[in-house]
Design a protein. Structure first.
Length: 210
């Protein structure tokens, strides 16, 4: 005797689809978070490798007191991994985005206020005074809200930030390599921002985000 094949009812199909949707909703964010964590790990490793290259370069002179200026640092890092895997501004990391970026990473001696010898000495004294080692390189590509891309040290309101300042807010999450050779991830809760609409500023980010 041949049994009659029974098809799924509409309700059963809808229940299956609902269950699959719920599972997908749980799994997809977890995968996305894992991928972001993986990219962050790679970036911190890259920052450490680049930062150590600069510190080793400086040892031939006077240590952190003679960390190279921007143009020299770019040459010193030309064979190092300066591309952040989460770089949202320069597809393929092929474009030179301009000072203070060396590849994907902001370089403190590319910021105008720290570029001169006087400014660099002042930067070292400020960070020492706060009890924190200064930051040499940073990555800004891991914020909850991605930063609007802009060329140069500080975005220009209207031209680069769009109609409102809010698109140029500071990142709430930064990866950094410090002058003591350590690399870490810091969150926005660790530094103060004067206003929720503060314009992205590399100099302030290096100095305040410790």
């Amino acid at each position: 005797m041949r049994l009659k094949q029974q098809a799924f009812t509409l309700i059963e199909l809808l229940v299956c689809i609902a269950i699959i949707s719920v599972l997908a909703g749980l799994i997809v964010p977890a995968f996305a978070h894992a991928r972001m964590d993986g990219r962050k790990t790679v970036s911190i490793s890259n920052l450490r490798q680049c930062g150590m290259a600069l510190l080793i370069y400086s040892q031939d002179y006077d240590g952190i007191y003679s960390v190279p200026p921007y143009k020299v640092a770019k040459l010193a890092l030309k064979d190092e991994p300066t591309c952040d895997p989460n770089d949202l501004w320069r597809p393929g990391c092929k474009e030179d985005w301009g000072q203070p970026l060396v590849g994907s990473y902001g370089y403190v001696r590319g910021v105008s206020r720290y570029a001169t010898d006087d400014g660099w000495d002042q930067y070292l004294s400020w960070t020492d005074g706060l009890g924190h080692p200064g930051s040499l390189l940073i990555s800004v590509f891991y914020s909850d809200t991605p930063l609007a891309p802009f060329h140069g040290e500080t975005p220009i309101l209207g031209a680069q930030c769009g109609p409102g300042e809010s698109r140029c807010m500071w990142p709430n999450h930064v990866l950094r390599f410090r002058l003591d050779g350590s690399a870490k991830s810091t969150s926005g809760s660790e530094w103060s921002i004067n206003s929720a609409r503060t314009i992205m500023d590399w100099g302030g980010l290096f100095f305040n985000a410790e």
